[in-house]
Design a protein around this ligand. Structure first.
Ligand code: ARG
Length: 461
């Protein structure tokens, strides 16, 4: 295996050690960041007179050629090198000769990999921001179409009070909106350039770190060279962002799985997003939602893995940190696939509005409203609560909904009931009257939806 070092060794590396040590099979993913970081470094070395203009120019030309050839498939990244940094430098030197050997002047792989990974994660923050915006778009269009779709809201998984589908989806809209803003926060905080930190203690060359930071679109260079090569906080923050997205997706998946069950029948998942059983012909399973729920553990695992890897590492760079890549790349791919597939499932799902509304009617979700009705007739709330409790018990014994009772039956429990009780416990009335900001009443919901629409149009990372 070709290495960037070896001068002080008299024996070659044991094959198993070289394999164990190598990272090219996974850090090849960083080729673009690695090359653009090197181009910026070479430009700066040229500007500062550390390299001759000719050398700097030929390095930059060579690096651009390597990038182009990797992208068009003519240059294949092979496992014959220790890591992506060695690969790029070796190919460069092969192509342009001795000037290639000067690229690493005033640089270490420690600040190089710190830079590559930061740039990669910064790009991923932007990707996830877009992916989440698309999911929010899907949810908002469901909301806009279902302002009046009544369904039960639950507490303790027991039917509680009537809400609307728009309101229910709105709760998830809020979660993913926070996830999106977390991506923005993470991208902002990580945007300091570690290039120029060297192995750990800067260099004796007159590098212009502010220049390379600017070339690579960073807000500024990092402030401490030891911290620069050993900080992976930004990555832990990013994995935490992904873990939260997965937690939200997993809760949402659980709802869809329940709603898709024969017991609920609130939704019909599109055939394109369901799978069948090899033995039970009647089955149409919510596998996508189950997989999203299941894969959540993997992403949490990446977060725990990085927290654990970092917790005992003395300053500055230690090879433990190479472990940041595989788990992070896996978490990124997993979370990205989960968001896009979940998004696809939600944009094709059918809501059984009639079943939802019937379910809200059969579960005494208007009991609080019935109590509030009595309060309006002068009954203290605590007494009203007891009276309606009795009324519900009567309904359960007689297999009736509150709305089904005759006025005599109402009056038998409490004489304060009058004919207007029917209007008061009508589900539409119950929902329409919930008009505090953030509540499901269509009047209140319309306002929030308008704000959400504006937010999606205006806020970009
Ligand atoms: N493959 C290494 C990593 O991912 C690159 C840095 C190597 N530095 C070193 N001193 N061995 O962290």
């Amino acid at each position: 295996m070709a290495q960037l070092w070896g001068g002080r060794f008299t024996k070659s590396t044991d094959k198993a050690v070289a394999d164990f040590n190598a990272s090219i099979c996974f850090d090849r993913r960083l080729y673009k960041e690695d090359i653009s970081g090197s181009i910026a470094h070479a430009k700066m070395l040229g500007k500062q007179g550390i390299l001759s203009k000719d050398d700097a120019d030929s390095i930059i030309l060579g690096l651009n050629g390597i990038l182009r050839d990797i992208e068009n498939g003519t240059l294949v990244i092979t496992d014959d090198y220790e890591d992506i940094h060695s690969f790029v430098e070796a190919v460069l030197t092969k192509r342009i000769g001795d000037a290639g050997k000067k690229l690493h002047t005033g640089r270490s792989r420690n600040d190089q990999v710190a830079l590559d990974m930061r740039m990669y994660i910064r790009g991923e923050c932007a990707e996830f921001e877009k992916t989440l915006a698309h999911l929010l778009e899907t949810l908002l269009s469901i909301m806009e179409n279902n302002i009046d779709t009544i369904m039960p809201g639950f507490t303790h998984l027991q039917k509680a009070q009537p809400v609307t589908l728009a309101h229910y989806m709105g709760a998830y809209f809020e979660m993913f909106r926070r996830d999106r803003s977390r991506m923005l926060d993470t991208a902002k905080r990580l945007n300091e350039c570690p290039l120029g930190a060297g192995a750990l203690a800067g260099t004796t060359y007159p590098l212009d770190r502010f220049y390379t930071a600017e070339l690579l679109d960073f807000d500024r260079p990092t402030r401490n060279s030891m911290d620069s090569v050993s900080d992976r906080d930004y990555l832990i923050e990013f994995l935490d962002d992904l873990a939260l997205i997965m937690m939200h997706l997993s809760r949402f998946s659980e709802e869809i799985i329940l709603w898709n069950s024969n017991e609920y029948r609130f939704v019909e998942i599109d055939d394109g997003f369901s799978t069948g059983s090899s033995i039970m012909p009647q089955k149409k399973n919510p596998d996508i939602a189950e997989l999203v729920r299941g894969k959540t553990g993997r992403v949490y695992g990446a977060l725990m893995s990085m927290l654990t890897t970092m917790k005992g590492i003395p300053l500055a760079y230690d090879k433990d940190m190479q472990e940041d890549k595989e788990v992070s790349f896996d978490a990124i791919d997993t979370c990205y696939n989960c968001i896009t597939l979940f998004d696809g499932m939600m944009s094709t799902i059918t809501f059984r509005k009639d079943v939802m509304e019937r379910s809200a009617m059969n579960g005494f979700t208007n009991a609080t409203d019935a109590a509030d009705y009595l309060v309006g007739k002068g009954v203290p709330f605590r007494d009203a609560h007891g009276i309606i409790g009795k009324l519900v018990l009567y309904c359960i014994d007689n297999n009736k909904a509150i709305d089904d009772l005759s006025l005599d039956e109402f009056k038998a429990v409490c004489p304060a009931f009058e004919a207007d009780i029917y209007e008061a416990v009508n589900l539409k009335t119950c929902v329409n009257k919930r008009l505090t900001y953030g509540a499901p009443g269509p009047g209140a919901m319309k306002k929030v939806i308008e704000e959400d629409r504006k937010y999606l149009l205006e806020e970009k990372l």
